[in-house]
Write a protein of this length. Sequence first.
Length: 262
Amino acid sequence: MSQFQQNVELIQSEVVAAGIVRLTLNAPDIAAAAVPGQFVMVQTAPGLDPLLRRPFSIHQVSSEGLLQILFKVVGRGTERLAQCRAGEQLSLLGPLGNGFVLGESCNACLVGGGMGIAPMLFLASRFLQQSHSGVTPRVILGARNGEELVPLMGDFLDLGIEVLAATDDGSFGHHGLVTDVLKTLNLTSQSTVYSCGPKPMMGAIHHLCQKENIPCQVSVETVMACGMGACLGCAVPLKAGGYAHACSDGPVFEAGELLWSL
């Protein structure tokens, strides 16, 4: 699997919603090698402060070699990235990790929660590229409120994909959890669910899919220091015992491989 460490040019920085930023980078080598579910490690500032790179799911790529990341400003690293402007150079390492496995099923359902929505756009685009039947995947997106969710829905709608929405406060779409919406779709063992988001959300999706014998893949969100399996800081427990490393063994796993708390 090809990996690159490169200085790339920031083409555009846009505030998508309050505290949520999308960067568009000219990174043709990484974009060409990437598959949905993989991530990049970004050096957020020159020098040693902050010392560690930050991991970001690949949000979207283009045939012109552009790559996008989407993030919420939560600390010094992301605050620094949010302040970057077009023309600046950023150091990227990637693409890293193992991505989603796109099955033959034309009955795919993509579920993203919070910033777990980020890799779902790349995945949805790849499904459309590979579809020979014209069938689009079903997409469920969840967030705390409509202010955060609605701007992120637009990209999926631009692809011609219908989006089912859920918000914690009921300000947009279903008032409640994405699993409430998922239950209404009457998925079968011939379907496949792909998910990324908070661990409790993905655990609930796993238990629902397990009960109905529905294949399910999850992209694990966890702290990563190196992104390459050297620091051992992103260990996730396995159902069979022991641990896997989210950065090198994942971040995408078959949901049944992981140990989920009830």
